[in-house]
Design a protein around this ligand. Structure first.
Ligand code: GLP
Length: 240
């Protein structure tokens, strides 16, 4: 694992954005795996700036990690909405090249299979951007998720619902389930960039990098991947 500790959120965002842009410049038809949450917001802002400065996303294909079950794409807290707001509307990506699992498909099991197949048909993910939950989750793969999991329906833990309730009016409004790419889907990416910011992530980052490789800390599986870069600010890297 290549671990980079930088001073602050902005520097973390710059480092990650540089890696994504290098990927797109090297291979204009790159398949990018994308994450949501507050951590990638700076990265997406910078990608929009890179686009203003000439970086072309017209051939890029994206797959998001996850989506809340029950939220329609136009729900302001859905991850599809987040992606449109924060990135897709700001770069010249083609709408049909952007993929977020559907949280309202009538047959969610079929949706999981369809999503996994769509990733395969696109040639697999070249670079996967990841955040990390304070409990070590990646995507919405909570502690205990088997390492051989593919896109699936997941139950969110109490701690994740609590963490994510800040985006909703009340914790009762946070969906309790999601469709998430599995650990195996994530590990099949050719390269992975994980970003983390703030002291609330310090324990999870430390366990992921230095702890035993165990499904109890989903991000620890990254120790088994041949090409992982972890970019953290000083607070998130405080226990490394
Ligand atoms: C959610 C997402 C994850 C994300 C995590 C951390 O649970 N499903 O992909 O990494 O939150 O979010 P934040 O960056 O807001 O701390």
């Amino acid at each position: 694992m290549n671990v980079i500790v930088v001073n602050n959120f902005n520097r973390m965002s710059e480092e990650a954005a540089k890696l994504l842009v290098a990927q797109v410049r090297t291979k204009p038809g790159s398949v990018l795996g994308l994450a949501t949450g507050s951590t990638p917001l700076g990265v997406y802002k910078l990608l929009a700036e890179y686009h203003q400065a000439g970086v072309d996303f017209s051939r890029v294909i994206t797959f998001n990690l996850d989506e809340y079950i029950g939220l329609a794409p136009d729900h302001p807290q859905s991850y599809r909405y987040y992606m449109e707001e924060n990135l897709f509307s700001k770069i010249n990506i083609k709408q049909e090249n952007t993929h977020v699992p559907s949280g309202i498909a009538p047959d969610l099991e079929a949706e999981c299979r369809r999503y996994e197949e769509a990733i395969r048909q696109a040639g697999g993910i070249d670079l996967q951007l990841l955040g990390i939950g304070s409990n070590g989750h990646i995507g919405f793969n909570e502690p205990g998720t088997p390492f051989d999991s593919t896109t699936q329906i997941v139950d969110l833990t109490e701690s994740t619902i609590r963490d994510n309730s800040r985006f909703f009016d009340s914790p009762d409004e946070v969906p309790t389930q999601a469709v998430s790419m599995g650990i195996k889907s994530i590990m099949q990416a050719k390269s992975i960039v994980l970003i983390a910011s703030g002291g609330s992530k310090a324990d999870a980052v430390c366990a992921a990098v230095h702890g035993p490789v165990t499904p109890e800390v989903p991000a620890s599986v990254l120790q088994l991947h041949p090409s992982v870069t972890i970019v953290v600010d000083q607070a998130a890297g405080g226990r490394l």
